[in-house]
Write a protein that binds this ligand. Structure first.
Ligand SMILES: [Zn+2]
Length: 83
């Protein structure tokens, strides 16, 4: 079974429908742009464990959402709309 992401608008969809990329807004939980850049630049590539990722639902509602993924087991822990 392939990885699925739980889109807040469309429900569970295969990861192939999504694009992993740069979210145009800073998540509310991180207010300092430099900290956000740091997290994105370093945690995304180097963290072993749970990391926050931004995904764009290209073949669906075309909205951004934030996903928490455990890179050790490649499993989505939880995700939200990012609002
Ligand atoms: Zn969607």
């Amino acid at each position: 079974m392939s990885l699925q992401l739980n889109c807040p608008n469309c429900g569970k969809r295969p990861v192939e429908e999504f694009a992993h990329g740069h979210m145009p807004v800073v998540p509310d939980s991180i207010t300092d742009p430099e900290e956000w850049e740091f997290n994105r630049a370093f945690l995304r590539d180097n963290t072993e464990g749970i990391q926050r990722e931004a995904w764009f639902h290209t073949h669906g509602c075309r909205r951004w959402m934030v996903v928490e993924r455990d890179t050790r087991i490649d499993r989505v822990i939880e995700n939200s709309s990012g609002n």
